[in-house]
Ligand binder design. Structure first.
Ligand code: WTA
Length: 678
């Protein structure tokens, strides 16, 4: 039921209908230096060679012990990769580079305040800091392999250091995006069963030093109410020896990391050789039901896939300066700021703040100063930078060889500005389509081998075999020029292992829809349902149209409409709530909220304000709605279901379709006049 209702509000329905576009070939300069110029790769990853083909990615890593089984399907659809193998992710990202690159920058950190100096961590410095922290986590916090620890951290160098220290011990980290509220963090602490929370006192965002530690009390309270106690809170400080938060430290529970670390100076911790199919991290994401889902990622498969795609799609060489402007609190940052790039001995740039602070020239000054040559960002940022400073990039002397767009469909017009104005017409541009669940890219052009086509993500990655199904499970043929549900027919090493603690939901949400035989141990019977609509052109390139479920992609971030709706219901006057996607020039989509009130309450600006407030405190500022519409009643089916499809059409000023079968067709017109008159 819920699924059908979800399908009615699909983002794909409000997708623009773009024209077929022309091709852009990669430049000869790019091809001359690219990591992957052999078209034989497609042959090597052809279906007949699956799954052994993925050895090519796994061989980019250093293993303590080789695997005996490349793909174990005995617990379908929980796939296990490189079974029998042992490795350590921290070793692969740090230790093994020391012999050749110890004096090379691993991370260059750019604080948001323009007058604050950059922080450069060489591989040797990263090694020392990861070791000392690993010693602290083991001996002071009592963490060991398999334990979960929640990180609620913004973009500071201590975040990747903490992740790598966890990985060194085999501790599973669960990083919660810094912009999420304390309540959202608490929910994730409880779900993951963490007893340790790692946070920071404050950080800069748009020129303000935000108090972050103040979210801790709410997080811990929330977790306790859900039955999970936190023993220790380890607090990094934005400026060691100064405390920039007003939140009191709790005696016996809260500790300043910089103080405790003094006891672990010069300590070294051997990286623990971990079974490949153990978990590296959990990353929560939004889905069809109210609760966020903990996507659980493996060590061996995930690392192999992150390394392989970073090398061949991101084209990272150790001598490149690579800047991905995502936040490490999302999957893009995990795979393509931390684990992928560092496993290849890259120099990875991290920026603390917002791209337009103090002005829209900031990213280009950073790129010029650090001589960044690989740049990775999302359409929403490109739109924002284009609007705020269309001529800015041409004022600065920087040259990218390679650029990425990720997270949402990019309009061909925005693509061209990115290509010509930022890329100066010489950088290759890859449009990478993937998800939190998938660990790494599913579709993209191979930058030196395939031409680019604006608005299309490109063909499938090597070793990924997609299929587009209609609602009944029939394959949609290319010739029909129709959109459908894009699925992946096969498992791949980067795929998540399951939903933390909820295998049933994992199967139900991702595999049930198109499963051919629930008892089968053959992967061919278990296509993976991505939740996106797509169409394939005759050249084999895919165009992604957007979500078909209850997820709204806001500025490249996933929000579950059900999560927002349950938040609205916490306002005591609200009887019913419906959240729909509204097309937005910069953010792609934003949530638009409809509420109806309990009897005896009158619409008021206070109620609207209370709804906005509750959204911010239960989820975070990223979920802020465009409008809160108070309506006399919701348009409903005869069986009483809210027709979100109709509300989506009203919000977006589109044709409403047939509403005559509704239980209350009159209300539709009333709501439309209200909303469109507003
Ligand atoms: C969307 C982000 C079009 C898609 C890596 C997917 C995209 C969701 C693209 C996952 C792209 C991601 N073109 N749409 N290149 N990349 N998406 O989990 O709807 O935050 O399902 O992972 O973003 O979002 P998530």
């Amino acid at each position: 039921m819920a699924e059908k209702e979800g399908a009615e509000i699909s983002e794909a329905e409000i997708a623009v209908h773009w024209q077929e576009e022309e091709y852009f070939p990669p430049s000869t300069q790019f091809i001359a230096q690219a990591n992957m110029t052999d078209p034989g790769i497609f042959e090597r990853f052809a279906e007949e060679r699956f799954p052994e083909c993925f050895k090519e990615y796994a061989d980019l890593l250093s293993w303590n012990r080789y695997w005996h089984t490349t793909l174990d399907t005995s617990d379908a659809p929980c796939w296990k990769w490189f079974v029998g193998g042992k490795l350590n992710a921290s070793y692969n990202c740090v230790d093994r580079h020391l012999a050749k690159y110890k004096n090379k920058a691993a991370i260059i950190y750019v604080p948001e305040p323009p007058d604050e100096p950059h922080v450069t961590l060489t591989y040797q410095e990263l090694y020392v800091r990861v070791n000392e922290l690993a010693a602290l986590l083991r001996d002071f916090a009592g963490l060991k392999a398999g334990d979960r620890v929640t990180l609620h951290m913004p973009m500071v160098p201590e975040l990747p250091i903490t992740m790598l220290a966890c990985a060194r011990l085999g501790v599973i980290h669960s990083e919660v995006y810094g912009g999420f509220s304390g309540a959202a963090c608490g929910e994730r602490i409880a779900d993951s069963g963490s007893r340790v929370l790692i946070t920071i006192d404050g950080y800069y965002r748009a020129g303000k030093l935000l108090d972050h530690k103040e979210k801790t009390a709410i997080a811990i309270n929330g977790a306790e109410q859900a039955g999970q106690n936190i023993d220790k809170v380890l607090v990094w400080r934005r400026y060691p020896n100064q405390y920039v938060s007003k939140d009191p430290m709790v005696e016996g529970r809260d500790y300043f990391m910089d103080e405790v670390l003094k006891d672990y100076a010069r300590k070294r911790v051997d990286p623990v050789p971990m079974p490949a199919e153990d978990s590296l991290f959990i990353m929560y994401t939004s889905g069809t039901t109210g609760r966020p889902k903990g996507c659980q990622h493996s060590i061996g498969g995930y690392m192999a896939y992150a390394a392989g795609t970073s090398k061949y799609v991101q084209d990272i060489h150790p001598e490149d300066v690579y800047w991905c402007m995502a936040d490490i609190g999302w999957i893009t940052g995990h795979s393509y700021i931390v684990y992928g790039p560092l496993s290849l001995a890259a120099t990875s740039v991290m920026y603390e703040g917002v791209p337009t602070y103090p002005d829209a020239g900031r990213p280009w000054r950073i790129a010029e100063q650090l001589d960044v040559n690989i740049f990775h960002t999302a359409p929403t940022t490109i739109r924002m930078l284009r609007k705020a400073g269309p001529e800015e990039p041409s004022k600065y002397n920087f040259h990218f060889k390679h650029m990425t767009t990720v997270g949402e469909p990019i309009e061909p017009e925005v693509w061209r500005w990115y290509y010509y104005t930022i890329g100066k017409g010489t950088a290759v541009l890859v449009d990478t389509w993937w998800q939190t669940e998938t660990g790494g890219f599913l579709c993209s052009t191979m930058p030196a081998l395939d031409p680019m086509k604006p608005g299309s993500t490109g063909p499938a990655m090597p070793g990924i075999y997609p299929v587009i199904y209609d609602e009944n499970g029939n394959e949609i043929e290319v010739e029909t020029n129709k959109a459908g549900n894009i699925c992946i027919r096969n498992p791949w090493p980067g795929a998540f292992q399951t939903i933390w603690g909820d295998r049933e939901r994992y199967v139900a949400q991702y595999y049930e829809k198109y499963c051919k035989d629930p008892d089968s141990k053959d992967w061919r019977d278990w296509p993976y349902f991505t939740g996106d609509a797509a169409m394939q052109a005759k050249d084999g390139y895919y165009r992604i149209l957007g979500r078909v479920d209850d997820v709204i992609n806001v500025a490249g971030h996933r929000l579950g409409t059900k999560e927002l709706e349950s938040a609205c219901l916490l306002v005591s006057q609200v009887a019913e709530a419906a959240v729909v996607p509204l097309a937005d020039e910069i953010k792609g989509r934003v949530p638009d909220i409809y509420i109806s009130l309990k009897p005896d309450f009158e619409p008021s600006t206070e109620i609207k304000a209370a709804v906005r407030e509750i959204i911010e405190t239960t989820i975070g500022k990223i979920a802020r709605p465009k409008n809160v519409h108070i309506v006399p009643d919701m348009p409903k089916t005869r069986s009483g279901k809210i027709m979100r499809r109709v509300l989506t059409a009203i919000s977006n000023g589109r044709d409403l379709g047939d509403v005559s079968t509704l239980a209350n067709p009159d209300i539709v017109d009333e709501v439309r006049r209200m909303v469109q008159g507003e």
